[in-house]
Ligand binder design. Sequence first.
Ligand SMILES: Nc1ncnc2c1ncn2[C@@H]1O[C@H](COP(=O)(O)OP(=O)(O)O)[C@@H](O)[C@H]1O
Ligand SMILES: O=P(O)(O)O[C@H]1O[C@H](CO)[C@@H](O[C@H]2O[C@H](CO)[C@@H](O)[C@H](O)[C@H]2O)[C@H](O)[C@H]1O
Length: 423
Amino acid sequence: MATALPLLRTWLPRQRWYSAAGEPPALRILGEIPAGADDAGAEVRIYAVADDAAPREIVYQVPVVLRSAPAPTGTSVIGSLPDGRVVTDGPTDPAYTTLLARAIGLPAGDAEVLRGEQSNTSVIYRPEGEPPVICKVYRRLEAGSNPDIELQSALAAAGSPHVPAALGTWESAWTVPDGTASGPLAFAQEFLPGVEDAWRVALRSAAAGADFRRDAEELGRATAEVHLDLARLFPVSEPGPAARSTLESAWRRRLTIALDEVPALAAHRERITRRYDAAASARWPALQRIHGDYHLGQVLQVAGRGWVLLDFEGEPMRPMEERRAPDLALRDIAGMLRSFDYVSGSLVLGAPADVQGNPTAWASSARAAFLAGYAGVTGDEPAGALLDALELDKAVYEAIYEARYRPDWLGIPLAAIERLAGV
Ligand SMILES: Nc1ncnc2c1ncn2[C@@H]1O[C@H](COP(=O)(O)OP(=O)(O)O)[C@@H](O)[C@H]1O
Ligand SMILES: O=P(O)(O)O[C@H]1O[C@H](CO)[C@@H](O[C@H]2O[C@H](CO)[C@@H](O)[C@H](O)[C@H]2O)[C@H](O)[C@H]1O
């Protein structure tokens, strides 16, 4: 049976969700996930594709549609097989999106892929006479529970207004080198239409020199409320020596990777390590489940509802077992603080002629308001050596991320590291 592997070898590494390995990709099809009934004239295949060039095992989910007839308009074509059949990117093809909706038990209907920089691929369904639904197709197959589904579903079930309603998942098994693994393929949730994510809103606000303090303060409150809910819904643990050592080693491991991939960091190595040492000997609060990759692109401000948090999957470059473990809530706070800095950093870097305000002042007032909002709920203003280290750790993560995906933006985390590492 002809496989699409030769086509995927060219196409897959160009996708935004492909994790650059630093080596030429070495793709291998591990197997196919049963896709169920096909649409007339179209064959849906869901490949589990391993990249042997990746430093640790990565298995991609690659749904494709094989068609003898031309693909419908708007469908994204990957290429043609030797037998002449056209291969399309599943999420853009109605044959796959119909099957996906059926597998989750959703009403099908018009479907479109959400465009933008994403770690996964989301399909928006607009069934006639029913509310719209967004379905995230996970591009990386990970065995076991996914925090995105686990945390969001628990918060929604507990009545939190700060997450979209969870509407269903598609779970399946796939072949791995030593047997089979199983986990989620896709997650459907309430789609909140007509709302821009806060990253774009914040960029406009900072460029216009507008006042974002009230929004940032409300975001701080919503963040604290979600943290309190997560601490109530999932186990909380004291930060014993083993847990502390795991978290601290993760900062140092990440720094080692960053030093390898971003030579400019070498000048800051000692000062960063000193910050980590200071945090290691600070007092640590209890550990709990957290968002894990918190930034302005993960929150929506919805009229009449307030701030809504998305994407509880954690940092895509972090091993899944770490993302499932209880962590420091301060990590989320550090993530959002970095995001305010990114707003000003990207405006300063782009130097657009229409920046009217002072982006740096915008970022520091957003930061102060966010922290005040958080403290308004918990009673404690987040500060100290631990928060400093987590901001640094996030900036180090961002340096790796930018070096791999957006080298033009590397200057943003580098400037932050220089500042945060101190003298
Ligand atoms: N429930 C939703 N309602 C409206 N927009 C959403 C919803 N979920 C995601 N989005 C939009 O999709 C973008 C990417 O979603 P996200 O869950 O972060 O995906 P990924 O894991 O691929 O990064 C968000 O920044 C937001 O703009
Ligand atoms: O949203 P994802 O889960 O895919 O998160 C990854 O990509 C983010 C960029 O899209 C990246 O965030 C960094 O850039 C943002 C601006 O584009 C900025 O607001 C964030 O503060 C900054 O960390 C995120 O780190 C990465 O995991």
